[in-house]
Write a protein that binds this ligand. Structure first.
Ligand SMILES: [Zn+2]
Length: 169
């Protein structure tokens, strides 16, 4: 893993454009090397309660694809002040991986990636509402990997418990 800054005249590590997989996608702007830091997952940091409120307000769970859970229980809302990283599609056999480092999230290349290839990572989506047929359809995975699970949804679980941060000494 390397975090060497890139020369400013280099082609961008990634570019967003329409994806054959799902809506827009993000593609390697140049050859990427395994372990290379590609882009930070940016956006407004909000509490889960607020994330759920915003999702309901926007008319459904689809916005959840822009949420990235942080270890402290908050989420990054890539739909608010986020960059192209929010458009990176899910794959069951991804070529990238997201790591949280001190509250920041970065997308790294897991392997050498040729310029022009679509970037993707595996993000089991946590959706707290009922996994209805419509919800499952909205989050069906079409990544085409032989091991594709057919869904982007993580098995149902509760978001981080509120009492985790209570009872400060
Ligand atoms: Zn898949």
């Amino acid at each position: 893993m390397t975090d060497t800054p890139l020369p400013s005249d280099a082609a961008p590590a990634c570019v967003a454009r329409n994806s054959p997989v799902h809506g827009q996608g993000v593609f390697a702007g140049r050859d990427l090397h395994a372990g290379e830091r590609i882009i930070e997952y940016t956006g407004e940091r909000i509490e889960w309660d607020e994330a759920i409120r915003r999702s309901a307000q926007s008319g459904g769970p689809v916005n959840h694809t822009f949420y990235f859970s942080l270890e402290d229980g908050r989420v990054i809302d890539g739909g608010s002040g986020g960059n192209d990283s929010r458009l990176i599609n899910h794959s069951c056999e991804p070529n990238c991986e997201a790591f949280e480092e001190d509250g920041q999230v970065f997308i790294y290349a897991m392997q050498d990636i040729a310029a022009g290839a679509e970037l993707n990572y595996s993000y089991p989506l946590i959706y707290d509402g009922p996994h209805t047929r419509a919800v499952k359809a909205a989050f069906a995975c079409h990544c085409g990997a032989p091991t594709c699970s057919g869904t982007m949804l993580a098995p149902k679980q509760r978001p981080v418990k509120k009492n985790k941060k209570a009872k400060a000494p």
